[in-house]
Design a protein around this ligand. Sequence first.
Ligand code: ZN
Length: 252
Amino acid sequence: MWVLLIINLAGKAAALLVGWSAPAAGLALWFGPDLLLAYHIFVPNAQGLVRMHRRFATARREVWLTLDDGPDPADTPQILELLAAEGAHATFFVIGERAAAHPALIRAIVAAGHEVAHHTHTHPLATFWCASPGRVARELDDGLAALRAAGVTPTRFRPPAGIKSLWLPAALRARALTSVGWSARGLEHWPGGVEAVAARTLRGLAPGAILLLHEGPRVPAAIRVHALRRVLERLREQGYQCVVPAAGQLAD
Ligand SMILES: [Zn+2]
């Protein structure tokens, strides 16, 4: 992170020096580093600010299924049934305030042998990138408190839509949280229905892939759970198992 900030400040200083005689170069020096910083904040799997794991090391036909934005009283029980029927294991990146509202669902996820991970307390999608250090700390600590109240101490974190902030790296380190991205996602709001969501989720499928789907009311009703069912069917057809990798397996 500090490298990006130093580049940014050096660019500003150089822009002031050069800008008097070469305005175009001055503008490029002023705004260029901002674009670089914006790239590493907004592009979900960009690695400059926070190391976002995008795959895991495995020699077997295994993938890591991750489900964001729950728990959800309508979806989570159905998802647990589907996973059990397929013998699949997954990680649920849950929203703290939803976990606080439905602690029994968190306990049911854990009891079924799945992992519960941290996805902020309120899912501040539009404002997380510019959140103050105090706000970032509250998002992490309130979410941790909600999960601990349900009996879980998470070790993994995913920022909303993969959007990071300047204060996130230190805040994650202080709480021993590892950040997880993905190698493919369903993009459930894009056009095309269940088959298209499944196809996007399985694009470039390979051992060690991290797949991202969502549960809960943010997903269109016609897609919810159905897309996951289709993904699980296709994974079974292709001989893939859904596993939760150990910390040492995570890779870039
Ligand atoms: Zn989310």
